[in-house]
Design a protein around this ligand. Structure first.
Ligand code: GDG
Length: 731
């Protein structure tokens, strides 16, 4: 059976040591349920921290713990109290958590806790190495383990690795504050698939990868370190069945009866359920409730706000302060509005067992969920699912800052920073007629019943499989060792060899400024060695102008093709024009491009004899993308029925005479058909013309990702240089 190695900070069971005995508490988290309800049977093995500091365990009790966990298909990563302090409470919860939730003023950027984060991620990686078997799928969860994908990748380059982030991914403006932003991005990009709750988070991720690492996404795929990585949105669902059928459970019925007994006045309940966390906007909620009682005093004694605040991270300063603030606030509001027989707010600082939580969901007429930021928020979904089984349905008031808001648009959606909006929402909810509640809820309930946590897990794993297939297809275009041996044999045997080599993006990488792409010493050496073999003829076939090519490569014994074939220079002779073409069109195109230069800081126009190129490699990537589309559309509509074409390349828009292309230029050398070894390499659309005129037996190489007529794929200039050096060595 297929096995999934699930890796998360905490195991689905927590160990507690009581009077020298180990006890286990099972968590009913969404993730465990999701994996259990997959339609295809899988075996799950879990790796994570068992919830107890290793320094609190004797070697014997640790051995016993390991043994018992093993029986539950769990492998522990033991953390010391120092690890917990620095990695968990420190870097994870005092740096990443506030930063990713836009609370940057709460962030501590501290080298010691960063080092602990690296160290603990490394410990997780070692645990994976001990447990991984070829064929396993590795699924890593959440912000505590963002370095892990890359760490595992270095050990198992072929492993299938998925990563899911349960919290928001912030915009670039926030992420850039993190001194270790590059390491975090590289860590994540070790995965094959990176999942987020919402597409907005994926968008932020792409934007940061582009600005910080300079890699662009294409249809949700990023080419990174010789691999393709996919990122996408997978909104997490709930175990709908469990919540929508909970009234059938005797424990839940009993809990409902208890609540009925405790509420003899039939007060209308508003509930608020969260971990006690500053991101959840609990004080705003209490203040809005206070304002509501002032604005609509007729509701006094008729409503009650039940606040469940589950203890969380209670050693972190901000959480301690928040708890104190909530207690003061509750006291003040109760003192101000309460009467002998009515307390407006019931405040519970603890976790409730499932039956009591479900009973509260069933009894409450309104769920007031107002986070300032929340990756998803499952409580909102659970409340709606629970309500589906009763006649008198409740109303969900939901913050637009929760990921869940994009799926639950029929709820009363509010901005959590507006007290006024929350006050009005409370009134709207309490006044909403039953038919309207039912109609709106059933739309949302249908959606939740369809997109359950099981669907979420299977969609994620399916998408991971898909990207693995794409990677395999790409690997097929990669040269196998066998094909390489055959290539080297053909090279050695051949008596007259021909090389077509594109320049930018092929022999050398891209630079923000095109003038900086002059050949380095090593490149000159490689070309020199290759062309000094009398059996070799080398053609550098480029879109560059002839002046630049002369300056950079003029002293080498090679043929040069400039401006995609408009100009040729045979070895040992001067430049010649292949054909004289009209250039009057430039007067019309130039002012349009100039306008885009003004509107796009960092862009500029390069003029060549038969083409005009607008460059935007130095610009803000988002603005550049937008302007490229606009400019291309404007130019395409201007140039229809003209003998010129508009082409989109890597960070450029080029307008040039059609009829000039690298294919026609390559034909000049291929025409005689006297070569018994033809080799071509290129990276962009202009090289496709060259690939298409090559004889069947030619060896053609596309650099980078994307469809191509070339036979093989290479990741970048470094791989090509290595191959050319091997030829030179044979020569
Ligand atoms: C993170 C992200 C994202 C709550 N109180 C009790 C209790 N709960 C259960 C709820 C729910 C879960 O805890 C809370 O989940 P949330 O989604 O609301 O929030 P976080 O804990 O912050 O979770 C969040 C989530 O990951 C999943 O990806 O949605 O955005 O922050 O299932 O039922 N359960 C019990 N007693 C309680 O008192 N038994």
């Amino acid at each position: 059976m297929h096995r999934i190695l699930t890796i998360s900070n905490r195991l689905p069971v927590s160990a507690i040591e009581k009077d020298g005995h180990l006890e286990f508490v099972k968590s009913v988290g969404g993730l465990a349920t999701g994996l259990a309800s997959l339609t295809t049977p899988v075996k799950t093995h879990w790796i994570g921290w068992p919830g107890i500091a290793s320094d609190d365990l004797t070697p014997e009790s640790q051995a016993r713990l390991d043994h018992q966990l093993d029986k539950m298909a769990c492998s522990p990563v033991h953390l010391s109290s120092r690890d917990i302090q620095e990695y968990y409470l420190g870097f994870s919860n005092e740096t990443i958590w506030p930063l990713f939730h836009y609370f940057n003023l709460y962030c501590r950027f501290d080298q010691v806790s960063w080092e602990a984060y690296v160290r603990v991620n490394q410990a997780f990686s070692e645990a994976v190495c001990r447990n991984y078997e070829p064929g396993d799928t590795i699924w890593i969860h959440d912000y505590q383990l963002m370095l892990l994908p890359e760490m595992i990748r270095t050990h198992f380059p072929e492993a299938s690795i998925g990563f899911f982030l349960h919290i928001p991914f912030p915009s670039f403006e926030l992420l850039r504050l993190l001194p270790w932003r590059e390491e975090i991005l590289r860590g994540l990009l070790g995965a094959d698939l990176i999942g987020f709750h919402e597409y907005d988070y994926a968008r932020h991720f792409f934007s940061s990868v582009s600005r910080i690492l300079g890699h662009e996404q294409h249809l949700g795929h990023i080419a990174f370190n010789n691999r393709i990585v996919r990122a996408d949105a997978f909104p997490m669902g709930i175990n709908y069945e469990r919540f929508s059928q909970c009234l059938k459970m005797p424990d839940v019925q009993a809990a409902v009866n208890t609540l009925d007994r405790q509420n003899p006045y039939e007060r209308r309940w508003i509930i608020s359920v969260d971990r006690l966390d500053y991101t959840k906007g609990i004080p705003n909620r209490l203040e809005a409730f206070d304002a509501f009682l002032r604005a609509y005093p007729e509701y006094k004694r008729k409503v009650k706000l039940v606040v469940v605040a589950v203890p969380s991270r209670d050693e972190v300063d901000q959480y301690i302060e928040l708890r104190e603030r909530l207690e003061l606030l509750t006291g003040r509001i109760n003192g101000e509005h309460g009467t002998i027989d009515w307390t407006p707010i019931a405040y519970l600082y603890r976790s409730l067992p499932f039956d009591e939580l479900a009973a509260l969901y069933l009894k409450a007429e309104v769920a007031l969920i107002t986070p300032l930021r929340d990756g998803m928020n499952l409580v909102a979904k659970e409340y709606l699912a629970t309500n589906s089984q009763i006649k008198k349905q409740g109303v969900l008031i939901l913050s637009e800052m929760a990921g869940a808001a994009s799926e639950l648009s029929e709820a009363v959606v509010i901005n959590p920073s507006s007290k006024d909006e929350i006050v009005k929402a409370l009134r709207t909810a309490l006044e909403m007629p039953q038919e309207e509640r039912k109609r709106k809820n059933s739309l949302m309930q249908d959606r939740l019943a369809r997109y359950t946590v099981g669907r979420w897990a299977s969609d994620f794993l399916h998408s991971l499989q898909e990207i693995n297939v794409i990677q395999k297809e790409m690997a097929m275009k990669k040269m196998t060792q066998e094909a390489k041996t055959q290539l080297m044999k053909a090279y050695t045997k051949a008596r007259k060899r021909l090389f077509f080599l594109d320049y930018d993006g092929t022999l050398i990488g891209f630079f923000p400024d095109p003038e900086s792409a002059s050949p380095d010493e090593r490149l000159v050496e490689i070309i020199d060695q290759l062309s000094s073999d009398p059996k070799n003829e080398v053609v550098i076939i480029s879109g560059r102008d002839k002046q630049t090519l002369t300056r950079w490569l003029g002293n080498l014994d090679v043929n040069l093709v400039a401006e995609h074939g408009a100009f040729l220079r045979h070895r040992g002779s001067g430049w010649m024009v292949r054909e004289t073409l009209p250039t009057a069109w430039k007067d019309m195109i130039q002012p349009v491009m100039a306008r885009y230069v003004d509107r796009t800081p960092g862009s500029f126009v390069e003029e060549k004899s038969y083409s005009l190129v607008w460059h935007c490699r130095r610009c803000d990537p988002d603005l550049a993308r937008l302007r490229m589309h606009e400019l291309r559309d404007a130019l395409v509509s201007m140039t229809t029925n003209m003998e010129i074409g508009v082409f989109e390349g890597s960070k450029i828009i080029e307008v040039k005479n059609i009829g000039i292309n690298k294919g026609a230029a390559a034909d000049i050398w291929l025409g005689g058909r006297q070569h018994d070894f033809v080799f071509a390499a290129g990276d962009d659309y202009t090289d496709e013309d060259m690939f298409s005129v090559l004889p069947d037996k030619a060896y053609s190489f596309k650099l980078g990702q994307g469809a191509s007529k070339a036979k093989y794929q290479l990741m970048g200039p470094d791989s090509l240089r290595a191959l050319l050096s091997e030829f030179a060595a044979v020569s």
